[in-house]
Design a protein around this ligand. Structure first.
Ligand SMILES: Nc1ncnc2c1ncn2[C@@H]1O[C@H](COP(=O)(O)OP(=O)(O)OP(=O)(O)O)[C@@H](O)[C@H]1O
Ligand SMILES: [Mg+2]
Length: 269
């Protein structure tokens, strides 16, 4: 079974809602706040949106170019986004320097795509959005710095964080008065959760049939334990896989799910 980190991305409804939200913040060059519980997919959605999965290695190393880097330029020219994750307790200087560097590198990449063959310093700023992940790590001064950069630049600003950041940010009146939208990122639910579970079931070699009583009970148990949280789902399924293997079982029952749960430290979500 692939490890959770290599499991393929699923374009969920929440991901599409996030994309629409980010597009609006970008188009209106406003400030947006996206908040949601730990492990439901905020970071993955945002980095997909920014095409960071493709661009990050090049932006980080900034070494000699290869032909394949043209794909990165094209991807960044579509997203026009800088995606930034501050370290734990970052200094203001670190944030300022990191963002300046990333902004300039993304801008150069976009320019390379738009003016193939010319290697001049971009005169136009092509970056339209900054996405800041793990925003609860930002101090009041850092938030103020980002607000100042927002005023001076021509990009939208999107903060991502845990529930509560929208309230924390309301304590910064200058920033808060510029916030155009707040977006609640929600866990999987209903049919979509069943769809994702069916894929997990399939990976473990069995087919899910929600009309089958045993399956229906097992689905209910997984839904109750994980609350539709991606990270918990992946951890729970890793344990289910282990338990099936050890006991030479082939069917995922509610009992198997419960046993898997008991081996996990499932935090409140
Ligand atoms: N749409 C998706 N398809 C497949 N896997 C996903 C999806 N969304 C999230 N995951 C997986 O769930 C796990 C948690 O996702 P992610 O790190 O994006 O959550 P988060 O909301 O940013 O959490 P935190 O608040 O802790 O930063 C990751 O392992 C990720 O691979
Ligand atoms: Mg995250």
């Amino acid at each position: 079974m692939p490890t959770p980190r290599t499991w393929p991305f699923i374009a969920t409804k929440e991901h599409r809602r996030f994309v629409e939200f980010a597009e609006t913040v970008k188009r209106d060059r406003t400030i947006g706040i996206c908040y949601g519980a730990a492990g439901i997919g905020k970071t993955l959605s945002a980095s997909r949106y920014a095409r960071w999965d493709k661009a990050e290695p090049l932006l980080r190393t900034w070494g000699p170019r290869e032909d394949s880097d043209n794909n990165v330029y094209a991807a960044l020219a579509r997203s026009r986004t800088v995606f930034y994750t501050p370290t734990v307790s970052p200094t203001l200087r670190e944030i300022r320097d990191d963002l300046r560097k990333l902004h300039s590198r993304v801008n150069i990449c976009i320019d390379q795509h738009l003016h193939v063959g010319f290697h001049h310093k971009p005169i136009i700023d092509h970056v339209e959005l900054w996405v800041i992940d793990e925003s609860e790590r930002l101090s009041a001064t850092a938030v103020e710095h980002l607000r100042d950069q927002f005023d001076r630049g021509d990009h939208g600003l999107l903060f991502i964080g845990m529930p509560g950041i929208e309230k924390t940010f309301s304590r910064y009146p200058q920033l808060y008065s510029r916030v155009g939208f707040a977006h609640h990122y929600r866990p999987l639910s209903g049919e979509e959760l069943t769809f994702v579970l069916a894929r997990h079931w399939h990976k473990l070699g069995s087919e899910l049939n929600s009309d089958d009583f045993t399956d229906a009970q097992a689905i209910a148990a997984v839904a109750r334990i994980t609350g539709g949280n991606f990270r918990l789902l992946q951890r729970l399924f890793a344990q289910i896989h282990r338990i099936l293997r050890i006991n030479e079982l082939h069917t995922i029952t509610a009992d198997v799910v419960e046993t898997a749960r008991s081996t996990l430290v499932v935090g409140a979500t």
